[in-house]
Design a protein around this ligand. Structure first.
Ligand SMILES: Nc1ncnc2c1ncn2[C@@H]1O[C@H](COP(=O)(O)OP(=O)(O)OP(=O)(O)O)[C@@H](O)[C@H]1O
Length: 716
């Protein structure tokens, strides 16, 4: 039933906004809390702040003018009296509440100077039978009155047919849901049939421990959470299955006799040995792309763990198999850095095979861009590195086999999807012509923001994950210090000393222009101040509004060691790699997010020198830090481990914010909580693929029930 079509426009709008389009949506719209109208409470027993229902007789009824025109009614039962106040009222209400009338009254009771009082209580007929269940209070929206919504839900509950979608006998296969392993807190069955659980949650019996409903620990709630998590896992697995129906090019180098494969040549060229973790993830990727099923893999590794060389090796395998590879980064600085590094490594090897590395960025000169585009089109460019420019409409690949996206979470779900769809058709071109098959390129996404396991399971269930959980040898952990801004001068003196000894430092500021409202230091002013304080130290300034060429020049001078200090905004946050830089000062550290601070800190400690990160914080006018700022800064001081940081970040911010608005799928879980319901999530994760394989109709029905119109979100 399209509920919103038969109701007035304001209500229809509110229903749309709440996503209540079908009967089942209404049935799955569960109460926030409950009111107990099942009993009458004597006035004397009502506590301050309690929402209670009383039955009393009107003693007096008068319109007072002070402090504002209002109707004041005094009622009384055998235990005490209570005053009712109405700031807006109709003359008819005065009649309803004429002295001597007996009323049933419900509202929040406050104890004031004049004794007990209710403002705008609800009035009911005394003859009406008392409800037998608690009264639900639903989340609602402007234009949709609570009472109306309640009625709609009651009707929907009547109409809807709630068939169980969990396959019979499933417990024999994967074991019972972990709800059953919990201690039995009450004399209730632990596993509830779905329809009973829903009926109960809308209209629970008054003898229930209300706390277990409000904290969602009641078995009926647990049942609902299992259902929700299962729907989410099913949809993720389905996306994976759909993807696996596409065919991808088999990327497996054919080694000629006596010749090393390209990736082997690269390994011989780089100055270091791969870590065990790097070797493992390279194998995982190589195994994946050697299949004709499109890879969809997330490569995660802490800052500085050495993801770039892994990407380069994957690119080598693709190129060696006769396919092009594209690598995209979210900022020009990062893309440029990848371009330089990959060109250094690969150009000498590629030139011998008549191939090139191409560069594509928005700020490129037209002539250079045309030249690059030609190389990409003709296939001469075996590797294409760049920013978003790589996915522009006019970029035509000859035979794209592998797409690598760095810092994929910065691109956002929609962009990532459109990118893949576009690549899907692009990658198809060449091969389609010869074989008739639609080929989709393999995708490797890299991230230096490790995703905690629960989140990865929930939001990336359709991704395979490779983790570099080891740093290259010889790194000394970065020492982190928190220093209050009033000790700035002292810090500058120490910095001056260190830089004179040959060390290099970053000084990071939050904004580039003076903002009166926020009173943040700006990079330009800080640059000038620091220059004044340390006139003999060569210094550079880097911010996002500088022309690209200038940015590149400053970065190059810092990389070569010519500049001692680089004052920058967060443009250096991801991926910047200058191993000699060993000092990092973050100004107004209290304003940065935890992951961002960890990323910034990751810019140092990339060489063998002992590195330090100074988090300079300011307590502002209040003289103290907010609790969350305190939590973030102390987490930074306590650990260098990116996974632990990610876990704390999740704890401080909650999953929605952690993933950011860009990960719109985050809004999908309404009832389950990733922290407390991890055991249920794991069960659902195990069940989902079995259900899709053995009970596809039930799986479909289950997803329809839960996701309905929101299915679009999941086409990740
Ligand atoms: N196995 C290794 N042994 C020694 N040094 C390595 C090794 N792997 C990578 N490196 C070096 O470590 C530094 C960091 O590597 P890389 O830039 O690839 O890290 P990353 O994982 O991309 O980090 P970030 O996310 O911070 O950019 C580079 O200078 C790289 O050359």
């Amino acid at each position: 039933m399209a509920t919103s079509s038969s109701v007035n426009p304001a209500i229809g709008k509110a229903l749309d906004k709440l996503g209540l389009l079908r009967d089942i949506d209404l049935v799955l719209h569960l109460p926030l809390r409950y009111e107990d109208d099942t009993r009458i409470v004597p006035i004397a027993e009502v506590r301050d702040g309690q929402v209670a229902q009383i039955e009393a007789t009107v003693i007096s009824n008068e319109v007072q003018q002070r402090p504002k025109r209002q109707l004041v009614v005094v009622v009384e039962d055998t235990s005490g009296s209570c005053q009712l106040r109405f700031l807006h009222f109709y003359p008819s209400q005065q009649k309803t509440m004429a002295p001597g009338k007996r009323l049933r009254i419900q509202g929040e009771v406050r104890g004031g100077f004049w004794g007990k009082q209710m403002v705008h209580p609800q009035l009911r007929k005394v003859e009406a039978p008392l409800p037998v269940a608690l009264t639900p209070v639903y989340p609602t929206s402007k234009g949709l009155p609570q009472a109306y919504l309640r009625r709609m839900i009651v009707m929907a509950l009547h109409r809807v047919r709630l068939r169980e979608t969990l396959p019979d006998g499933v417990w024999q296969t994967i074991g019972p849901p972990p709800i059953l392993a919990q201690p039995r807190a009450q004399a209730q069955p632990l596993w509830w049939p779905l329809d009973r659980a829903l009926q109960f949650l809308h209209h629970p019996q008054p003898d229930v421990a209300i706390q277990t409903l409000e904290d969602h620990s009641h078995p009926a709630w647990q049942r609902l959470k299992v259902e929700e998590l299962l729907a989410q896992q099913l949809s993720q697995w389905r996306v994976r299955q759909l993807r696996e129906q596409f065919t991808a090019p088999v990327l497996k180098p054919v080694r000629k006799r006596g010749e090393l494969a390209l990736h082997e040549q690269l390994l011989g060229l780089i100055a270091f040995e791969l870590t065990k973790a790097q070797r493992r993830v390279v194998t995982e990727i190589a195994d994946d792309i050697a299949r004709d099923v499109p890879m969809h893999r997330l490569l995660q590794g802490d800052v500085g763990s050495g993801k770039t060389v892994v990407a380069a090796l994957a690119a080598c395998i693709a190129i060696d198999s006769g396919w092009q590879c594209a690598l995209m980064a979210p900022t020009e600085i990062l893309a440029e850095q990848h371009f330089r590094k990959l060109s250094d490594w690969l150009c000498p090897l590629l030139v011998a095979r008549g191939k090139q590395v191409a560069w594509l960025a928005g700020t490129q000169k037209k002539k250079q861009r045309e030249h690059m585009l030609d190389m990409v089109r003709s296939g001469e460019a075996a590797l294409v590195v760049g920013t978003h420019a790589v996915i522009q409409e006019h970029v035509e690949f000859d035979h794209l086999g592998l797409v690598i996206i760095d810092e994929q979470h910065r691109f956002g779900v929609e962009q990532r999807l459109s990118l893949r769809d576009r690549q899907r058709s692009k990658g198809a071109n060449a091969q389609q012509a010869s074989t008739g098959a639609v080929l989709e390129p393999h995708m490797l996404m890299m991230s230096a923001t490790p995703i905690p396991r629960t989140l990865a399971m929930t939001y990336y269930a359709d991704l395979s994950v490779s983790t570099i959980d080891e740093l290259p040898p010889g790194r000394t952990p970065v020492v982190t210090r928190l220093i209050v801004d009033s000790r700035r001068e002292e810090l500058i003196e120490r910095l001056k000393h260190q830089v004179t000894q040959g060390r290099q430092a970053y000084w990071v500021c939050p904004l580039i222009e003076e903002s009166e409202a926020l009173d943040l230091s700006n990079a330009t002013a800080t640059y000038e101040d620091l220059q004044e304080a340390m006139p003999h130290i060569p210094m550079g300034l880097l911010h996002s509004r500088m022309p690209a060429a200038q940015k590149q020049e400053v970065m190059a001078r810092f990389s070569s060691g010519e500049l001692g200090i680089l004052v920058a905004t967060t443009v250096i946050e991801v991926g910047v790699d200058v191993p000699n830089a060993s000092l990092m000062v973050v100004e107004h550290a209290e304003r940065f997010g935890l992951s961002q601070l960890h990323q910034l800190r990751g810019r140092v400690g990339r060489g063998s020198a002992q590195s330090a990160c100074i988090l300079l914080y300011s307590t502002g006018e209040s003289g103290h830090l907010s609790d969350t700022a305190k939590d973030r800064l102390s987490a930074m001081a306590q650990t260098n481990d990116g996974f632990e940081i990610a876990r704390r970040d999740l704890e401080i911010r909650g999953p929605g914010e952690f993933m950011g608005a860009r990960q719109s799928g985050a809004a999908l879980l309404r009832f389950a909580d990733l922290e407390t319901d991890q055991h249920l999530l794991e069960w659902a994760r195990e069940l989902a693929p079995i259900m899709l394989k053995d009970h596809p109709h039930l799986a479909e029905e289950h997803m329809q029930r839960w996701l309905g119109g929101r299915w679009d979100y999941l086409k990740a």
